[in-house]
Design a protein around this ligand. Structure first.
Ligand code: FUB
Length: 338
């Protein structure tokens, strides 16, 4: 555990309010923050990083998280409350190991927590758990979402009420093992990496009960300004993991991490399922290997939640942060240097 104490003091560092430069919480390690506004309050659904004593490797075995804690804030810069354990690995009947980056949604009085975890065969699947409170406790369904795979679910509900799950992650996230539509345990971990189109993130519409895929899983096309697919070798622009969808002035912004090049970037479309045209960098590399974010509007301003390793200096013991997301008049996003 990090040192005791916690939340966002009201001082400044380098002319910026401290809450825009310091971890939101220091009593536990948190990462992969999916932020939502429910009932006028901010709720953050992060991973809960722990020291599991597992050596670091490219498959991410050292990210051996076992539960989720949900955080809330009345305002950006206000007190951060840790609501304790909302879901534990031991209470998910089908789960094996590694509770990775979750997300949440709300519909008709029920809160939904979506989470990736390896099943007992060591294959990542997506689970869903429900609660009548945004902070849980959540009760997990007995089986994973049928047809789900890989990691990093992000659920977006459009203005027409249709909800979509975006997901996928390379290397340890196993997305490269699903290229034939079936799980291939022998697929090379770091391929493709040449001049073939990059592996795309996935999207599936959710059913009315928010617990199933309503249709087939589709691969999202990410293209350049000329409409050409981004290539696997284009590691500063291609999708790696940590997708997020937000809508701004009628356009769909799909943002994601480039993984081994450590950028947060974005692409824009007129449709929630793409194709999305690459537009640029949202955030330059943070301290640490992984970078993972969410974007949310709160009281007329836009914010990006992300993580780095300021508290620990270790790639697997991260801390969540927030800063303002600014746009140019044409809707393009101003690059942040964290
Ligand atoms: O937290 C485990 C994994 O690290 C997430 O699923 C990825 O997005 C990366 O942040």
């Amino acid at each position: 555990q990090p040192a005791a104490g916690a939340t966002a003091p009201a001082h400044t560092t380098g002319g910026k309010p401290k809450y825009l430069t310091q971890p939101l919480l220091s009593s536990i390690y948190t990462a992969d923050p999916s932020a939502h506004v429910f009932n006028g309050k901010i709720y953050i659904y992060p991973s809960h990083d722990i020291e599991a004593g597992i050596p670091e490797n490219d498959k991410g075995d050292h990210f051996a998280m076992r539960d989720y804690h949900i955080l809330s804030m009345d305002s950006i810069g206000g007190k951060v409350t840790d609501h304790g354990v909302a879901l534990d690995l031991k209470d998910i009947p089908w789960a094996g190991r590694q509770l990775w980056a979750p997300d949440a949604a709300f519909k008709n009085g029920t809160y939904y927590l979506y989470f990736p975890v390896k099943d007992k065969q060591d294959v990542f699947r997506m689970g869903v758990a429900t609660s009548s409170s945004p902070t849980g406790p959540f009760k997990a369904d007995a089986t994973p979402i049928a047809g789900s795979y890989s990691i990093d679910p992000a659920v977006f509900t459009d203005t027409d009420g249709k909800a979509y799950m975006y997901f996928g992650g390379l290397w340890g996230g196993q997305l490269q093992r699903w290229q034939t539509g079936k799980y291939d345990a022998n697929a090379p971990e770091k391929k493709p990496d040449g001049n073939e189109p990059a592996i795309g993130p996935r999207v599936a519409q959710l059913s009315a009960d928010m617990k199933h895929f309503a249709g087939p899983v589709q691969e999202i096309k990410l293209v350049d300004e000329a409409g050409k697919p981004l290539l696997a070798s284009d590691t500063k622009r291609r999708f790696f993991e940590g997708g997020w969808l937000h809508k701004y002035q009628g356009k769909y912004y799909f943002s994601y991490s480039t993984g081994d090049t450590h950028l947060l970037v974005y692409a824009v479309s007129n449709s929630p399922t793409g194709p999305f045209t690459y537009k640029g960098v949202i955030m330059n590399p943070v301290q640490g290997w992984t970078t993972h974010h969410s974007i949310v509007e709160f009281k007329g301003k836009w914010y990006i939640f992300y993580h780095d390793t300021q508290l620990s200096g270790k790639t697997w013991l991260r801390n969540v942060k927030v800063t303002e997301l600014k746009r140019n008049p044409d809707g393009s996003i101003v690059t942040i240097n964290p």
